[in-house]
Design a protein around this ligand. Structure first.
Ligand SMILES: [Zn+2]
Ligand SMILES: [Zn+2]
Length: 206
């Protein structure tokens, strides 16, 4: 099993390559389809870590280019299917000032059909397990990649310089703390994050 990071506009997507087929995780902001179409070969599932627009934005652009199943947690389904913007809950003054920009990169979000909803502890393909990890949003999931003892956490942690920490955008801090702890209890060796640098779990500072 191998993970490739796909750098999109200020956010990453991930390609998990397995013996049972590949999984694309997240689709960037609207307009990312052009880059993502180069990674669709052998992709069986397109999994969304949560329904913020920088993770579901490119979905509609690749929907017609693949037979892969598009899957998201139940609580994120309508954002994807109706093309709704999930408003980010911001807890930092600096970000609040910058945030009018948000509507700019949200433009072009279109509805995308969902094929399946993701449940806690579900195994998508052998060795790839869904963990329901709410907090950043109520539909946030992480993916535990057992063969390489790594976790893709989406936005639940983010790379800041040379360490990983909580994001300044979250819906429920208490839940996020619990969810991060659940991931750390697995003692993963590597943590993949959507924003900033992915790194060894020793670099988590919370
Ligand atoms: Zn997010
Ligand atoms: Zn994000």
């Amino acid at each position: 099993m191998q993970v490739k990071e796909i750098q999109l506009r200020f956010v990453k997507a991930f390609l998990i390559e397995t013996d049972e087929g590949n999984i694309l995780v997240d689709t960037g902001t609207p307009g990312s389809g052009k880059t993502l179409q180069n990674y669709l070969k052998d992709v069986k599932y397109i999994i969304f870590t949560h329904s913020h627009v920088d993770h579901i934005g490119g979905a509609s652009e690749i929907r017609g280019l693949t037979n892969a199943e598009f899957c998201i947690h139940e609580k994120g389904k309508e954002y994807l299917e109706k093309g709704l913007i999930r408003k980010p809950v911001v807890h930092s003054l600096g970000l609040k000032i910058v945030f009018p920009l948000f509507s700019l990169f949200s433009r072009g979000l279109k509805p995308t059909k969902v094929d399946c909803t993701l449940k806690d502890e579900e195994e998508i393909v052998k060795g790839v397990k869904v963990l329901y990890t709410p907090g950043h949003t109520d539909d946030s999931i992480s993916l535990y990649l057992e063969p390489i003892n790594s976790v893709i956490v989406g936005d639940m942690l983010q790379g800041r310089g040379n360490y990983l920490t909580y994001p300044q955008i979250y819906e429920n801090m208490g839940e996020m703390i619990k969810s991060v702890q659940r991931v750390l209890d697995l003692k993963p060796s590597f943590i993949y994050v959507s924003h900033g640098k992915s790194m060894n779990s020793n670099y988590v500072k919370i």
